[in-house]
Design a protein. Structure first.
Length: 76
């Protein structure tokens, strides 16, 4: 199974199909894992929360930009 990244999180093993995630996500997971492919749950949670914060910020920025474009369009 060369297309699977096996990690251990809190004593449980997970097989993550690499073809189902982006290369950037795969690299991020590999960077969280130590030499035995174990990921500290606290580090995983931190990475998740950081990515969620980035996603939320981007969504708010896109929404704001869309509203500004609508307002500009309506003012002409």
């Amino acid at each position: 199974m060369e297309n699977v990244f096996r990690v251990c999180i809190a004593g449980r093993f997970f097989d993550i199909p690499t073809q189902e995630i982006s290369p950037a996500t795969f690299e991020a997971l590999k960077s969280l894992a130590d030499s035995s492919n174990t990921i500290n749950p606290r580090e995983l949670l931190r990475a998740f929360l950081e990515s969620y914060e980035i996603k939320t910020t981007l969504e708010a920025s896109i929404s704001s930009a869309t509203q500004k474009l609508q307002n500009a369009k309506n003012s002409y």
